[in-house]
Ligand binder design. Structure first.
Ligand SMILES: C[S@@+](CC[C@H](N)C(=O)[O-])C[C@H]1O[C@@H](n2cnc3c(N)ncnc32)[C@H](O)[C@@H]1O
Length: 272
């Protein structure tokens, strides 16, 4: 049986080069674009948050003097090579979904055509809450939808505006996507047992949704922490699903046992 997930700490393009042609059923990914840099003043990375420490009372407090890890962004000049590799590893008749903002959409759109994929449209993820900015604050994000060959969506009745509340509170990444959003896309563009790929895993949301819906997940990230988080999340999810399957099987066994004893009692009643 194929392993439910294979993940590695590696640059996306380097990792893609190790994947055979036409071996992936679906790509759903969320690269950190250069345009993210506008949210910070200096450097080439994006802020992940502040360090936490224990205060004198033993309570966890956020230390705003110590900015914690940053994640690196991918240069715009590498996007053509990235898309070329995506197209190569995609199976015939498969879909690609790629999160982006308005600035990067203008760069990605012509590249999608150039590498030979069919650009269908931008889905709009409505976060149901306002985000960063000081005027007309951001409430949506694009998810570009492209195709190799021809693949029918599993549910033709869904609209292109996806109203799913963005994550708040406890999460691994500031840009972490809701599981529900990833799940919706995966369920609509792949089948149980298919291989789903994300080369910018972050906290592993695509992987979680893939595993939860019975797909196989392949992924990479340059960050050691991202790989660790993803591995932990996916391993726990598999354990949870296995426990659930066992419990369901036990309930079914008990029901069958009950049915057998009822039938035996009935037979005994008819015989007497
Ligand atoms: C926006 S985050 C992904 C968040 C993810 N969608 C989630 O829900 O958790 C982007 C990730 O890409 C990773 N990354 C940046 N440059 C990369 C590269 N060249 N190759 C692979 N991963 C990279 C970063 O470390 C970061 O974890």
């Amino acid at each position: 049986m194929a392993k439910p997930f294979k993940i590695i700490q590696m640059d996306a393009i380097e990792y893609l080069r190790t994947i055979p042609d036409e071996s992936v059923n679906l790509i759903l990914t969320d690269p950190p674009y250069e345009s993210l840099e506008k949210w910070r003043n200096v450097g080439t990375t994006t802020r992940l948050g502040f360090e936490k420490r224990l205060n004198e009372d033993g309570k966890k407090v956020v230390d705003r003097s110590k900015e914690q890890n940053w994640f690196v962004t991918i240069a715009n000049e590498r996007l053509e090579e990235l898309l070329t590799e995506f197209e190569r590893v995609m199976k015939k008749n498969s879909h690609l979904y790629i999160h982006c903002d308005e600035t990067t959409r203008d760069i990605l759109r012509p590249l999608i055509d150039k590498v030979g994929l069919k650009f269908w449209k931008s889905l709009v993820w409505d976060k149901r809450a306002i985000g960063m900015g000081y005027h007309w604050r951001a409430q949506y994000e694009f998810i570009l939808f492209a195709e190799k060959g021809k693949r029918k969506l599993n549910n033709l009745g869904l609209g292109d505006l996806l109203p799913i509340k963005r994550l708040k509170g406890k999460q691994y990444y500031p840009t972490q996507k809701p599981l529900k959003l990833a799940q919706m896309i995966i369920e609509n563009s792949s089948a149980v047992g298919d291989v789903v790929l994300d080369t910018f895993m972050g906290a592993g949301t695509t992987g979680m949704a893939a595993i939860r819906t019975g797909r196989i997940f392949w992924g990479s990230d340059v960050s050691e922490k991202a790989v660790l988080w993803t591995r932990n999340r996916l391993t726990k999810e598999i354990e949870r699903l296995e426990t659930k399957a066992l419990e369901t099987a036990e309930v079914q066994d008990q029901q069958e046992d009950q049915n057998v004893s009822v039938t035996e009692e009935q037979q005994a009643g008819t015989a007497s």
